[in-house]
Design a protein around this ligand. Structure first.
Ligand code: ATP
Ligand code: MG
Length: 649
C-alpha cells in the first residue's frame, strides 16, 4: 500500500530538505528563496561579522570594488541625464522662447555642453551641440563599462577567495571531528553544508551584496537628480511610493512563502529520487516499481502545484510594479507639464525626470528581493559555522607520550561504555592480550564486538574503567601515535577512488611497490589483482563497485597487512571470503601475527578456532572465555553457537 502525500512529505522532508541542491528557478540570485535552504539566521549580525572576518587581506580590493560600484552607478545616472540638454536644445531650435524656461540643473548642464561644443567645434550650432552631448555620453558610458568590468572581476576574485577559505576551513574541520559527530549527522546533511550552504553564501557575496550596494547608490543618486531637477515632482513621486512599497512587499511576501514550500517539495522529490536510485536493486527484488511510480507521482504533483504558485507570484511582482509605476508616470507628466508652462522645467528635464520616476521604485524592489537571499545565505553560513564550532576530537592530554616502539600489551580493565548516556553497551569488560596472541570476539549481532575495537583506537572515549597499552592509559598516548600502532580492518570496507596500488598503500604511505605486492600476497589478493585489466594500476571507483564483496575485503586486509602496527584488529575481515581463501589468508597472516597482538571478530567460528583466547560476548558482557577446546567442554553458549545445538531445540 503506497503511502499518501502527507506521509511522504513528512518523511522525505525531514531527511531530505536539508541536503538538496539549488532551486530549479533559473539564474543564481534570481528570486527570493533561491538557494534551497530557507530559514532565518539566528544572529544575523554575528554571522555577518564572522563572514567579514573571512575578507581579511582583501580590504584593498573591496575598497576598489566599492569605488567602482559608485562610479558605474553615477555614470549611468549622468548618462541618462544627457538626454535633457539635447531635447532642450532641439526644442529651443523650434521654439526659441523655451530656452529661458529651464530648471537650474538643466541650465547648468546645457551651458556646460555649449562650452564644450564651442571648444571642440569652434561654433555652437545645434548639430555641434548634439555631437558634444554624444561625446560626453560616450565618455561617461566608457567609464561606466570600464568600472563595471573592473568591479565584477575584483568582486569575483574576492568572493571566490572567501568561499575557498570557508570551504577549506570546513573540510579541515570535518577531518578533525570525532566519530561521534558522524553518528548524529547523516552524510546528506553534511554534504549540504558544502553544496547548498556554501553556494548560498557565494550567491550572496557575488550578487546580493553587489545589488544591495548598487541599489542603494542608485536610489540616492536618483533622488539627488530628481530633487535638483524638480523638487515638486520629486515630492509627488515620493508620495506615491508607499503604495507601491506596500503592494510590492505583500506580493514579495507571498512569493517568498511559496518559494519556501516549493523548496520543501523539491527536497522531497530529490530525496525520493535518491533513495530509489540507490535502492534500485531492493525495489526490483520486492517488485515495488509500481508503488514507487505511484508515490513519486504524488510527490511530483505536489511539486508542480507548489512550483506553479511560487513562480506565478515570483513572476507577477515585476509586471504589476511596472504597470502601477505607469500611474506615477502619468501624474508626473501632467504636473510636469504645468511646471513647464510656468517656466520651471524644460522638455528635456521632464523627459529625464519621468525616466527617474519610473526607475525610482526599482532599487527598492531589488533591495527587498535580495534581502530574502541574504537571509537564506546567512542562515546557511550559520549552519557552516555551526560545524566549524563543533568540538573536535579532544586534544591530546598534557604530557601525552609517543610510545614510539609499542609492543602491544593490551589490557582492558572493567570497561563500561555506552554510545548514548544511560544506555550501556559494554559492561565490565576485562581482558588481557600480549604480543603474539590472537584474541577473538564472538557473539550475537549487536553484542558489542565492534564497540570493543572502537574503544581501542579511541573512536570513542570510555567513561568507566581503563584501557592500557604497554601499561600506559590510551588517553595518555598521542592519538596519532595510537592509531598508527593499531592496524584495523573495519567491518564496513572502504576503498577510495584510485588505483589498487594506491588503495593498499593507504596502509603505509612510504611502502614500496614490492612491499605493497607482498602485502597483497599475504592477503591472498595478488592473484585476483593480476587478473584485473591493469593489475595493480587498475582504477577503482565508487568504493570498488567493480569488485566483488570478498575482493574488497581482501584489499582491506592487504592494507592492514602492509602496516607495521604491533596491534591488528580484524572485524569480520573475511566474512565474505570463501573458506579456502580464508585459510590461505590465515596462513599468510600467521607470519605477520607472530609478534603482534591480534584481535579477531567473526561470526564464522572456524575463523577463530585457533585463537589463544575466545571471548564470548552477550549483551555487552563477556559471558565465557577460553580456548576453543575449553569452551566446547564448558558446553555453554559457545558450544551452542558452534554445534548449533540450542538453535535446533
Ligand atoms: N554509533 C553508534 N551509536 C549508538 N549506538 C550504537 C552505535 N554503534 C553501535 N551501537 C549499538 O551498540 C550495540 C553494539 O553494537 P556493535 O556494533 O558493537 O555490535 P557487534 O557485536 O559488532 O554486532 P555485529 O555482529 O552485527 O557486527 C548495538 O546494540 C548497537 O545498536
Ligand atoms: Mg560488528
Amino acid at each position: 500500500m503506497p503511502r499518501n502525500i502527507d506521509q511522504l512529505r513528512a518523511q522525505y522532508n525531514s531527511s531530505a530538505s536539508d541536503k538538496r541542491n539549488r532551486g530549479p528557478s533559473g539564474p543564481r540570485g534570481g528570486g527570493p528563496g533561491v538557494g534551497g535552504a530557507s530559514g532565518k539566521p539566528k544572529d544575523a549580525g554575528k554571522t555577518l561579522s564572522r563572514l567579514v572576518s573571512y575578507a581579511k587581506g582583501y580590504t584593498g580590493r573591496i575598497i576598489a570594488v566599492l569605488v567602482c560600484m559608485v562610479l558605474s552607478t553615477v555614470t549611468s545616472l549622468i548618462g541618462g541625464y544627457m538626454l535633457a540638454p539635447v531635447i532642450n536644445r532641439l526644442t529651443a531650435a523650434v521654439a526659441p522662447e523655451t530656452a529661458e524656461k529651464l530648471s537650474l540643473l538643466e541650465q547648468k548642464v546645457g551651458a556646460y555642453v555649449g562650452v564644450l561644443s564651442n571648444g571642440i567645434f569652434g561654433e555652437d550650432s545645434v548639430l555641434n551641440y548634439i555631437s558634444s552631448a554624444m561625446i560626453i555620453l560616450g565618455a561617461v558610458y566608457l567609464v561606466g563599462v570600464a568600472t563595471t568590468y573592473v568591479q565584477s572581476r575584483l568582486m569575483l576574485s574576492v568572493s571566490q577567495g572567501i568561499i575557498e577559505r570557508i570551504r577549506n576551513d570546513l573540510f579541515e574541520k570535518l577531518q578533525r571531528l570525532p566519530v561521534r559527530y558522524f553518528d548524529g549527522h547523516p552524510t546528506g546533511e553534511i554534504m549540504s553544508r558544502f553544496t547548498n550552504d556554501i553556494d548560498n553564501i557565494d550567491v550572496m557575496i557575488n550578487n546580493s551584496l553587489t545589488s544591495l550596494i548598487s541599489g542603494a547608490v542608485t536610489l540616492i543618486g536618483t533622488l539627488v537628480f530628481m530633487l535638483t531637477t524638480s523638487w515638486i515632482l520629486t515630492l509627488i513621486v515620493i508620495a506615491f511610493f508607499p503604495i507601491f512599497a506596500f503592494g510590492g512587499a505583500k506580493i514579495a511576501g507571498l512569493s517568498r512563502k511559496y518559494y519556501v514550500s516549493q523548496q520543501a517539495a523539491l527536497g522531497a522529490v530529490n530525496g525520493y529520487m535518491e533513495e530509489t536510485v540507490t535502492g534500485q536493486k531492493v525495489i526490483k527484488v520486492f517488485n515495488h516499481e509500481d508503488e514507487c511510480v505511484e508515490e513519486f507521482g504524488l510527490l511530483n504533483d505536489d511539486m508542480r502545484d507548489k512550483q506553479f504558485k511560487a513562480q506565478f507570484w515570483g513572476g507577477v511582482v515585476g509586471p504589476i510594479m511596472g504597470n502601477t509605476s505607469q500611474i506615477t508616470l502619468a501624474v508626473t507628466i501632467g504636473v510636469g507639464g504645468i511646471l513647464m508652462l510656468n517656466g520651471l522645467l524644460g522638455a528635456g528635464g521632464l523627459t529625464v525626470f519621468s525616466q527617474y520616476a519610473r526607475q525610482f521604485s526599482m532599487p527598492i524592489n531589488q533591495i527587498s528581493q535580495q534581502m530574502a537571499t541574504v537571509f537564506a545565505a546567512l542562515a546557511g553560513a550559520e549552519r557552516v559555522f555551526e560545524v566549524m564550532d563543533t568540538d573536535p576530537e579532544t586534544a591530546d592530554r598534557e604530557g601525552a607520550v609517543d610510545l614510539a616502539d609499542m609492543k602491544g600489551y593490551v589490557v582492558l580493565d572493567n570497561v563500561t561504555f555506552g554510545y548514548v548516556p544511560g544506555k550501556t553497551v559494554l559492561k565490565h569488560i576485562s581482558l588481557y592480550a600480549k604480543p603474539g596472541q590472537k584474541i577473538a570476539f564472538v557473539g550475537s549481532t549487536g553484542a558489542g564486538k565492534t564497540t570493543v575495537t572502537n574503544l581501542l583506537n579511541r573512536f570513542y572515549d570510555i567513561e568507566e574503567g581503563s584501557i592500557t597499552i604497554d601499561g600506559v592509559d590510551i588517553r595518555d598516548i598521542k592519538r596519532e601515535q595510537l592509531r598508527k600502532n593499531i592496524a584495523m580492518v573495519l567491518q564496513d570496507t572502504h576503498l577510495f577512488t584510485g588505483t589498487v596500488m594506491e588503495n593498499i598503500r593507504y596502509g603505509r604511505l612510504d611502502a614500496t611497490d614490492d612491499e605493497v605486492i607482498e602485502a597483497a600476497k599475504t592477503a591472498s589478493a595478488h592473484s585476483f589483482i593480476m587478473r584485473l585489466s591493469d593489475g595493480y594500476n587498475t582504477m577503482l571507483e565508487g568504493d570498488g563497485a567493480n569488485l566483488s564483496q570478498g575482493q574488497r575485503q581482501l584489499l582491506n586486509i592487504a592494507r592492514a597487512a602492509l602496516s607495521k602496527a604491533p596491534i591488528l584488529v580484524l572485524d569480520e575481515a573475511t566474512s565474505s571470503v570463501d573458506t579456502r581463501t580464508e585459510r590461505h589468508i590465515e596462513h599468510g597472516m600467521d607470519r605477520l601475527m607472530k609478534n603482534r597482538t591480534t584481535f579477531v571478530i567473526a561470526h564464522r567460528l572456524s575463523t577463530v578456532r585457533n585463537s589463544n583466547a575466545i571471548m564470548v560476548l552477550e549483551a555487552g558482557e563477556i559471558i565465557e572465555r577460553g580456548s576453543h577446546e575449553e569452551l566446547l567442554e564448558m558446553k555453554g553458549r559457545y558450544y551452542e553457537l558452534y554445534t548449533g545445538k540450542k538453535e535446533l531445540d
